[in-house]
Design a protein around this ligand. Sequence first.
Ligand SMILES: Cc1ncc(COP(=O)(O)O)c(C=O)c1O
Length: 397
Amino acid sequence: MTGDGTRAVRAGLPEAAANEPTLPGPVFAAHYHLPGDGGGPYTYGRDTNPTWTLLERAIAELESPGADTAPAETVAFASGMGAISATLMSQLRPGDAVVLPDDGYNLLIPVRERLAEIGVEVRTAPTRDDGQLAQLDGAALLWIESPSNPGLDVCDIRRLADAAHARGALVAVDNTLATPLGQRPLDLGADFSVASATKALTGHGDVLLGCVTTRDPALAAAVRGWRKIVGAIPGPMETWLAHRSLATLQLRVDRQAQGALALAEALLTRADVSGVRHPGLPSDPAHETASAQMLGGRYGCVVSFVLPDKPHAERFLAALRLVDDATSFGSVRSSAERRARWRGDAVPEGFIRFSVGVEDPADLVADVLRALDEAAGGPAADRPADGGSSDGGPAAY
Ligand SMILES: Cc1ncc(COP(=O)(O)O)c(C=O)c1O
């Protein structure tokens, strides 16, 4: 198998053909010429698109590079939520039980509510200490998010997948934070690897996209079928931008992991900072499990920590010069936010989720330490009011 960087650069590219581009441009088509009885690979734009085909091949190659496994198939979506909903809704029926994390991405909360409304039994447990293990009897599907967002807990995916399969349950892993270069859930026994490609996979903070990858053709067909009926399809331009971004995936995730570790280590030295979490920190409670199942020292770009209170955290965010106060994570540009502003996560008011970009780590650490000093002494900043969703659910990303 070639190295990760080489695979990322070439993933999904078509065979070289004279006078053709190496990565063909986006195909914008609602319909294709379709004489007679129709058929062929491209028929109607909600079903298929050649630009999707190339990106889907690329992600499948990254999620499942081994030559000794069944080939994987990826289905691309308009967003990570499209991918998550399609996986759950294509598999679960009224009367089924599903085991979800109670500390995962907070839009899982309204998803849980919808599932319960259609008669699915929803069970939840924490990611840490493999808490979901105790909930598996009689379940149809186990949903794992490791590392979890925003708490950065980690579970033993292989152990949970083996236990779920022994009870006849399918296993899906949200691999958003790790990316396929940091963790390969299918190799750890999962049936589905699901991700918000909006984050580190595409990595520029300018595209929304999601993906589901599986080695089981019937599961892939079910997810694809769900995409078709809900129409949660990615735009060709976003799809092409995503594929173009994959070429730098290894460069980005390596640099982000390096910067995240440097930041976490610097934060550990501060008396005004508590609860520093990053799976790459040797002292982190998640480190042992993370290092056994995550790849290449790529523990992700997120560091979380707690400042004494809301005003202190607001002063810190306002004092940062190299870091955007924004939700989401995984971009080349660092961002940070006071997570409690969304009211969807069980975190203290001063909890900061920090996403490390590809800036020089020394510059970033210096900016953070300076902002912490200012926050410790400075006046309360004039900050906008709390965010919140218009549709009743939490609305953080
Ligand atoms: C872990 C995780 N999964 C899924 C999603 C949803 O992705 P999207 O915003 O692309 O719909 C997010 C968004 O923040 C996330 O953090």
